[in-house]
Design a protein around this ligand. Structure first.
Ligand SMILES: [Zn+2]
Length: 284
């Protein structure tokens, strides 16, 4: 990866009158976005490097003559939060679980040495990594939070599937929903974080299907509709059944015959890790 790849070729796309997003194609089609309210703008996720995020921020500020007031983070994974220092002056909104998870990461895996090792492994990225600076969200909420600005509002719901802090942002005015990594569209499901919960994932998808939503912005991949949620939900239920049966028969994760799914893994460890994750969860 070189500077031209991190330096931002991406464009800002208008998905609906008050909902925009951008995609960094070089990292599994990573998405970030923004919701334009009456008096201010809310940024959704920060991309992976502060320099990218700063570029994204400038373009949003040039396009809309409104201040950016908040950064909302869908969950704690580095590709979604490492750009956050570009929004240092803003209040960061996140679930209570996000605050806990980020504090944990700062204590055990986001230490200076870890970033130094990363710089050594990818010296061509050292300047970008150097700018990464993590801050804990100041505006913390328990399970759900309604952010209102006149007649417009965003509903944040901690759904907790892909990770315990996974939270979606639903914007009824545009019928749009930023779902974070609960969906990685076009890829096999990203199911590996030990804090995640397959049952909460299934429950939250059932809730999302009841919402008046037309366009869903996934953490990675192209924009989808409720059809995709339905398809992934059916598959997750099938996979759960298969794993429960395998556990009851005393099988090991590697002996499970995974049901068919139309999307291939983006990385080869995805399916084995997901099986480990499901076995851990359902063997308890
Ligand atoms: Zn993630």
């Amino acid at each position: 990866m070189n500077e031209s790849k991190i330096g931002i070729p991406f464009e800002i796309k208008e998905l609906a009158p008050n909902t925009v997003y951008t995609t960094w194609k070089d990292y599994y089609n990573l998405n970030a976005g923004a919701i334009i309210l009456n008096n201010y703008i809310v940024i959704i996720d920060s991309l992976s490097y502060p320099r990218q995020a700063m570029d994204f921020r400038k373009r949003i500020e040039e396009k809309y003559e409104l201040p950016i007031k908040y950064l909302f983070l869908t969950h704690m994974h580095g590709d979604h939060v490492f750009g956050m220092s570009a929004f240092k002056d803003l209040e960061v909104i996140g679930s209570k679980a996000l605050v806990e998870n980020m504090k944990g990461k700062l204590a055990d895996s986001w230490e200076k040495e870890a970033f130094d090792d990363w710089k050594k492994e990818q010296p061509e990225l050292a300047d970008f990594i150097e700018e990464i600076e993590i801050t804990i969200p100041q505006k913390e909420f328990e399970n759900e939070y309604l952010l209102e600005d006149g007649d417009l509002y965003i509903e944040f719901v901690n759904s907790g599937g892909h990770s315990s802090c996974s939270t979606y942002a639903y914007f009824p005015k545009d019928k749009t929903l930023f779902i974070g990594d609960e969906i990685g569209a076009g890829y096999w499901i990203f199911m590996s974080d030990p804090t995640g919960n397959p049952d909460k994932w299934i429950e939250s998808f059932e809730e999302i299907l009841k919402l008046d939503v037309e366009k869903i912005i996934p953490g990675h991949g192209p924009i989808v509709s409720k059809e995709y949620v339905k398809e992934q939900l059916e598959f997750m239920k099938e996979l759960k059944k298969t794993v429960l049966k395998a556990i009851s028969e005393g099988k090991k994760p590697e002996e499970v015959e995974v049901p068919d799914y139309p999307y291939e893994p983006a990385i080869d460890w995805q399916i084995p890790t997901a099986l480990e994750f499901l076995f851990n969860h359902y063997s308890k």
